[in-house]
Design a protein around this ligand. Sequence first.
Ligand code: HEM
Length: 409
Amino acid sequence: MTAITLEQPFDPAAARHRPNPHPLFHRMRRHAPVYGYVSPASGRVLWYLTRYADVQRVLLDPDVGRQLDRLAPDLAAPHRRAESRDPLAMLRRNVFHLDPPDHTRIRRLMAPAFGVRTVAVLERHVNRVAGELVDGMAAAGGEADLIRDLALPLPILVVAELLGLPFEDRARLRGWSDEIVGSGDPLRVRRAGMEFMAYANERIEERRAHPGDDLLSRLAEAERAGGISRIELVSSVFQLLLAGDETTVNLIGNGVLELLRHPRQLERLRACPELIGSMVEEALRYNGPVGHSRPLYALADVEIGGVVIPRGDIVVPVLLAANRDPAVFPRPDLFDIGRSPNRHLGFGHGAHFCLGAALARLQAAAAIGALLRRFPGIDLAVDPAGLEWTPDLFLHGVRRLPLRLRARE
Ligand code: HEM
């Protein structure tokens, strides 16, 4: 089988595909499910995977990894050059970017903080904040931006709570997160990264002196015991702020958008509010917040679906595409809030499966549930074709979602 059977080389991550990437993914899955694209910027081949089975397989394959430097140092030089231009390279010593044994060591330190107990403790806090935010939207009259007024403020508070960072710091945390994800300017990204590192170092020192019952205290204690280095610790805090923030924003945003685009499903949810959990799963599948997992490296020649991916090339498992694979999901383009089974890959798969999945589900259900209870009438205030989507394929969501609201008296 040849790797590329679509006529023209094309970039699946190009901004023009963002509003609705699914027709392209269907074509790729049918004609070139293992599609190699030569990046003009780096000259390297990126292999895009669009079949569910292939995505799932590479996320379990030890020959496809994240730490080229350690596992295949002979191949790392060109990547290292690219990294030296990356203003955040030093903040990449965290679970997302590591393989075993470093990955296993740090993930084990973090995992207990995401357990059932934490979720139960945070549940009340999340419901209260979601309720206050929708009250604020009601007080502002009939118009609101769902992203600005509900989806954005909630997750940063939850991550700050989880880490034990002071409530008053949320504006600064929000600012760094926005600069780093959204500014697109390497100088501003570097400045925000440096400011964040100085901030994190101060908070870590505080926790060492006065430990509490939070994730940062737990990690600071692990550092004292030699289980994690300072740069790994700062990098983990940083990544948690990003991982837990924009993803959750997009889940709330995309979930509400799909309900408004599918009024019968919205009515169904209003009639059966207990479907909220299953609706959130369908939002994760149908138009999930994360386009692809972190790009991986082939650490050996790897055969996928009859195509041999050479050692050193980059593999991009496209979660959004896997989640519409008709081999796994009957009528994949149907948004069905009662879909069962629904084994989507919206939270990834395997050793790197999202640690915050339970927290993300909780926040999305709380925010969307509160919105529907407060407003019996919700309409999009703009034409959906005019919505602005995030420009790259990694995160998938809209920047604004203007709504017209009719509140319950
Ligand atoms: C990993 C999705 C929310 C923490 C991941 C991965 C995905 C994902 C796809 C795997 C990435 C890969 O394989 O490269 C999501 C989605 C979210 C969400 C869709 C919201 C809707 C959160 C939250 C937190 C969090 C709220 C924490 C507060 C993490 C961490 C990892 C991770 C720490 C790395 C795990 C590892 O590499 O071992 N997430 N996430 N996520 N997520 Fe989430």
